[in-house]
Design a protein around this ligand. Sequence first.
Ligand SMILES: *Cc1c(COP(=O)(O)O)cnc(C)c1O
Length: 374
Amino acid sequence: MITADDLPIREDLRGVAAYGAPQMDVAVRLNTNENPHPPGPEVIAAIRDAAAEVAGSLQRYPDRDAVALRTDLAEYLTDETGVELSGEQLWAANGSNEVLSQLMQAFAGPGRSVLGFEPTYSMHSIIARGTGSDYIADARGADFSLSADQACRAVASHRPDVVMLCSPNNPTGTALNIDVIQAVYAEMISTERGVLIVDEAYGEFSKRPSAVSLLAGRPRLVVTRTMSKAFAFAGARVGYFAADPAVIDAVLRVRLPYHLSALTQAAARAALANATILQAGVEALKIERDRIVEVCRALGLRVADSDANFVLFGGLGDQQLVWQQLLDRGVLVRDVGLPGWLRVTAGTTEETTAFLEALTGILSTNESHDQESA
Ligand SMILES: *Cc1c(COP(=O)(O)O)cnc(C)c1O
């Protein structure tokens, strides 16, 4: 058996690990931050009708610029954030991962750098490296917070071409105050360098204002969003960003033509027309999230403040052992590689209860449970 490392692969990809959240057949799957509620019959019918309508013209390429979908996304985001937006300020692709990839192709790449604040979403560094960019990992505060001071100092010293902020941040759940985003942007303008990307994949779960409210007069700011999380649409692969139309002009130069299939565009529009139904579960998920925080704290664990649909909990001692013990009880959570910590997604009430009962049982029997070790 040979591996990619035995082939003439790019030097900078030698020994690199691929993204690999386990996809396992487990009763309670709380490891990839999906919305647990499947689409109901109304939404299924709307998607089926929309797909049937475009099926008759699949011999043709789709609308390359996804104009109708971008208009719908602008309308949705205007409703969601209260900020007036038009389709010319929106761009869509196959998941926000593709959106990020297009942005890094245009604004980073060989000889350029991307700055992130760890721990954060692992795909930021993977996409940066995949596009040949240098990835610079700076740190967060002890409680996973990020202050304007700390972020601006990192920007001033590294002078990156792209700065990634993630709010609420994955895997910590912590959100940024809007003044941190403002300060980082101002710092980048003062060094006359770079584009600021704010990843708001979990924006709908947060009580804080969206960075979309900062777009006016800030052409180097990009806010990425996704239909994969709050929207319960992960399987369809639809992500998007809001920014100045000049940013869209930039990604048009690198995107693959017809990147977003006619079926995807149609399904996404049908889902957006049913946004209220699809997002009905969001409030319930916040309640489950807060219940996880409360129970974990009562168990004596450390818990990061969460504005998202997941919770990072620590003080576990050997987190790999606890991960396995949860799996043995039919509950799959995420080991994000932070010693002593695990991340769990808020599920349905039943799933969340199953997780909390399993965790409580494990901690009460584990000799290795050490509240001080994290
Ligand atoms: C899940 C997630 C995404 C989303 O990815 P899609 O490609 O839209 O499914 C983006 N950013 C963060 C921080 C995430 O956790």
